[in-house]
Each structure stands twice: as structure tokens, then as C-alpha cells.
Ligand binder design. Structure first.
Ligand code: PEP
Ligand code: MN
Length: 358
């Protein structure tokens, strides 16, 4: 089976679903039969070896679970996938007949582990999906793809599951959409599956993240389902029943990534206007930096520091106060001002200390 071809041949979203963990044979078969009966899934998932943050959590059923998953695949006619974290897992999963393997977020961070797995799979041609590393490092994610490609494994896909942060008020793992977008730019041939279950950590947010993934033209979704989510042995708060998933998908709005000819003229005009505004924004930024340099020359002549905290605080506060009336979020205003300030400091430093390397 060729995963990239399969994903392209299906309507978006390519749907991978199944329990976070395989718990018992009955649980795996029940949830997979229910999923298949709904007719919306393209692939079944179940975790057999579970990388858990704390040692007392359920760490997966191990090898016996492989047979249950393969059995579920045969009954439903769907391909099956599980996470592998080392060469031994790779060997067992291949022997059992798992159709597609995935590399978990905690493995992608470690180039030695990724290389070991790539070496173990060399020559097998098996499709592999690579989750983003737990930290937001695009190069680390790209590097994992390159290691598999160099081992001759080219049938690859990405899974975007978000990035670790300490105590986020909303998400279990922040999506940082700029990273999957960066992956698309660097490796346009790699399909991207979004995993809202691990991004949100809670089932009430699955729809909004799935919708965002579809609006960013991601290829598919991986969503955890369980026959009795509240009593799941892992990730209980984020799992839904197959019926719950069906309901969620019915609310998803799918928009086309290609613009019809009749509409494209209208869009082109709006984009042209945006382009003109961007030109003006940058002309003004450039003029502002020239003024910053004049300020730098003044400070140099009068021997005052670049930064005067009180002044900067006043500038920021007055700008933040106006964010509402400008229909901008305070966070955006803060980010823009911080970036302008950084660039201004760079310009002032250049004129104040012309002999220092920038
Ligand atoms: C999972 O998919 O169940 C899982 C453990 O994911 P991640 O590697 O994204 O934490
Ligand atoms: Mn999980």
C-alpha cells in the first residue's frame, strides 16, 4: 500500500481514528467495528507501546495488542497504524503485518532514536508517519524526514500534534500553526494529518481545531475514539465515541483550496489592495527606522543609553490601550511593538557604536 497515493485519492479529511491505547481485544474490535460501520474512517489507529510522562500511568499492552489491531484491520478492510519507538518495536510491528507505522513526538526529538528506527526499516518500503517533536523546532522535524528518506523510505506523512508548554490555559499542546505551514513550504510533497486530540487534550475543543486544520488545507485528521471514553486507560478527557466523532465531522465545513475562475478576479483585486497597504506599511517602517537612527545620533552625542525603560513602558501602554478601538488583540499589538522596538534598537546600536560588529 502507498500511503501518499491513498491520502491523495480520498476526499479531505483523510481520517485516522481508533483508541489512544489498545486495552483489550474486545475493546479494540468493538471500537473498530463501530468506526467501520460509520463509514467515515480511512485508517485505524491504536497505541500498543505508550510513551507516558509519569511512570505509574498505563504503558500499553505491548506485543499481544498488535494481533488485535491486525485482526480489526482484517474485519473492517481498513489499513492499521501504531506508534513505534525503537528498532525492536519496528521489527515486531512489521512481523505482525501493521500497514503503516508512526513515530511519536517524544521520539522525533531524538535523532539517534530516529536513525535507529530508519535503519531498522531500511529496504522494507513501509509507509511511516512522523509526529512533530514535542518542542517547536522545524529543523528537528525536517531532519527526521530526511533520515527516513536517506534510508530509502519515501512514503512518508506528517502528523501535527502540537507543542509542549508549561500550564497552558487552553491547550494540552499549543498548535503553533506556523510549524506545519513551514513544513509544507519545505517539503510540499509530504501530506499533513492534524491530531486535534493531542493538541487540545479535551473533547470540547476538537471541532474548532479540526476546522482550523481544514481551513489551513491540511490533508487529514487523526482523532482518538473509544467505546467508553471516560473510562479509557489513557487520555480519557480527549477521546470521543465513534458516534461523537461522526457528529463532530458533520459540523466540519470543508472549503476548497482552489479558487474558481469567476471568483478569482474579485480575490485578485482584494489581494492587490492588501499588497498596496503592505507596501505602505513597510515604507512607513523604513521611515520610522531612519528616525530611530537620528535619535541614536542624538543619544550618542548626549551620552544617554539606548533604552529608557520608563519611556518604553509609556509607549507600550498607550499603544495597548488603543488595541480595542483598532480591532486588534493586545497580544498582536505587543508582538508588533516588540518587533519594531528590536529593529529600532538594532538601527540605533549601529549609529551609536559604529565600530562594533552587528
Ligand atoms: C498518541 O498518539 O497516542 C501519542 C502518544 O501521541 P504523541 O506522540 O503525539 O504524544
Ligand atoms: Mn493518546
Amino acid at each position: 500500500m502507498h500511503l501518499q497515493t491513498l491520502i491523495k485519492s480520498k476526499e479531505r479529511p483523510f481520517l485516522i481514528t481508533g483508541p489512544c491505547s489498545a486495552e483489550t481485544r474486545e475493546q479494540v474490535l468493538q471500537v473498530c467495528d463501530d468506526i467501520a460501520a460509520n463509514g467515515n474512517a480511512d485508517m485505524l489507529r491504536a497505541g500498543i507501546w505508550k510513551p507516558r510522562t509519569r511512570p505509574d500511568s498505563f504503558e500499553g499492552v505491548g506485543e499481544p495488542g498488535l494481533e488485535w489491531l491486525v485482526e480489526a484491520g482484517k474485519r473492517t478492510g481498513l489499513p492499521v497504524t501504531t506508534e513505534i519507538a525503537n528498532a525492536k518495536h519496528a521489527e515486531s510491528a512489521l512481523k505482525a503485518g501493521i500497514s503503516v507505522l508512526w513515530i511519536g513526538a517524544r521520539t522525533t526529538v531524538n535523532p539517534f532514536a530516529v536513525q535507529d528506527i530508519a535503519d531498522a526499516l531500511r529496504g522494507t518500503g513501509i509507509p511511516v508517519m512522523i509526529k512533530n517533536p514535542v518542542n517547536p523546532d522545524l529543523n528537528l522535524w525536517l531532519g527526521a524526514f530526511e533520515r527516513f528518506q536517506k534510508a530509502g523510505l519515501t512514503d512518508l506523512a506528517a502528523i501535527h500534534r502540537g507543542f509542549s508548554v508549561y500550564n497552558h490555559p487552553k491547550y494540552r499542546n499549543v498548535p503553533s500553526w506556523e510549524l506545519p505551514i513551514g513544513l509544507k513550504e519545505n517539503m510540499p510533497e509530504i501530506p499533513i494529518i492534524c491530531d486535534p486530540s493531542h493538541i487540545t487534550g479535551r473533547r470540547d475543543l476538537l471541532l474548532e481545531v479540526s476546522q482550523k486544520a481544514m481551513d489551513l488545507n491540511m490533508d487529514g485528521l487523526m482523532i482518538e475514539t473509544h467505546p467508553d471514553p471516560d473510562h479509557a486507560w489513557s487520555d480519557a478527557a480527549q477521546q470521543v465515541t465513534p458516534e461523537g466523532l461522526k457528529n463532530l465531522l458533520s459540523h466540519l465545513v470543508l472549503r476548497s483550496s482552489v479558487v474558481e475562475d469567476a471568483l478569482s478576479q474579485e480575490l485578485a483585486e482584494m489581494r492587490q489592495q492588501i499588497g498596496l497597504l503592505d507596501d505602505r506599511l513597510f515604507e512607513m517602517l523604513s521611515a520610522r527606522m531612519k528616525l530611530s537612527e537620528k535619535v541614536g545620533i542624538f543619544k550618542r552625542r548626549n551620552k544617554v543609553t539606548i533604552l529608557q525603560e520608563d519611556h518604553w513602558k509609556k509607549v507600550i501602554d498607550s499603544r495597548l490601550e488603543k488595541s480595542d478601538e483598532m480591532f486588534l488583540t493586545p497580544q498582536f499589538v505587543r508582538n508588533v511593538m516588540d518587533n519594531i522596538h528590536q529593529e529600532s534598537i538594532r538601527h540605533q546600536t549601529r549609529v551609536m557604536n559604529p565600530d562594533l560588529k552587528k
